[in-house]
Design a binder for this molecule. Structure first.
Ligand SMILES: Nc1ncnc2c1ncn2[C@@H]1O[C@H](COP(=O)(O)OP(=O)(O)OP(=O)(O)O)[C@@H](O)[C@H]1O
Ligand SMILES: [Mg+2]
Length: 230
């Protein structure tokens, strides 16, 4: 079953000079619990696609559907509630709140949503991401890999169904990047989260089940690894 689909997505930016067509007729479906990597050259539209799929940005035309919900029918407020509850985001830069401990950062989205944390779920998350010994530290006292693991925990604290990540290992050395990637995979499998990840790193892409390659805003290639397509 597809948890997320997009049909005939177009995104054109009008800023200053010539309009830029960042997405040009993109139609895709994302299977629930699958792990997809989106690759392509710089400027091919990867981040734009992730932003439009996740409701962070609206397409110029075309539609995005999460389960039965057509995002275009949501107003900005409804969209931000859907995003906060159902989607998690991880970016290349860590953007943690510097004045809050790792634990407080992780709990922030749950608190903002006025809900009580699911302790058992959070404990599971903290163990998979191996950040328990660092929970009382401020971000400034954490390594890059540790900060990114805290970001992943924060992104998942509200038990989203989909985790979107844009170059999550882009600022990490190869070995730390591999560790973070393995944790993202484990989290996806064990907590039942669909993963959609943008990367420049072919090693990261190969760890996924499906690789979508963008070229000039179009899907140039879409392949599942070794018969993994359900
Ligand atoms: N806010 C914006 N205003 C105008 N043009 C933009 C904007 N954001 C992106 N673009 C343009 O849209 C195209 C796609 O950009 P996008 O950021 O999606 O590429 P990308 O594949 O993520 O690249 P990178 O690998 O460098 O992150 C590029 O030509 C870019 O210059
Ligand atoms: Mg990008």
């Amino acid at each position: 079953m597809d948890i997320l689909t997009c049909e005939h997505l177009k995104k054109t930016y009008h800023g200053g000079g010539e309009p830029v067509c960042a997405l040009d007729d993109v139609t895709l479906g994302f299977e629930q619990y699958s792990f997809t990597a989106i690759v392509g050259k710089s400027g091919s539209g990867k981040s734009t696609l992730l932003h439009v799929l996740s409701g962070l940005d609206r397409p110029t035309s075309g539609k995005v559907t999460y389960l039965e919900n057509e995002l275009e029918k949501y107003n900005d407020n409804q969209l931000s509630v859907l995003r906060r509850r159902r989607f998690g985001f991880v970016f290349q830069s860590y953007n943690l709140v510097r004045e809050l401990t790792a634990q407080e950062n992780i709990l922030l989205p749950v608190m903002l949503d006025g809900r009580r944390p699911d302790e058992a779920y959070l404990n599971r998350l903290i163990d998979i991401l191996d950040i328990r010994p660092r929970l009382s530290h401020l971000p400034g006292a954490l390594s890059g890999g540790q900060q990114q693991r805290v970001c992943i925990a924060r992104a998942l604290a509200n038990k989203p169904s989909i985790l979107f990540a844009d170059e999550p290992t882009g600022n990490l050395d190869a070995r730390t990047g591999d560790e973070v990637l393995t944790m993202i995979r484990t989290v996806g499998k064990e907590l039942g989260i669909t993963l959609i990840l943008v990367t420049h790193d072919l090693g990261v892409a190969e760890a996924s089940e499906r690789i979508i390659r963008l070229e000039d805003g179009r899907v140039a290639d879409d392949s599942w690894s070794g018969g993994m397509h359900p």
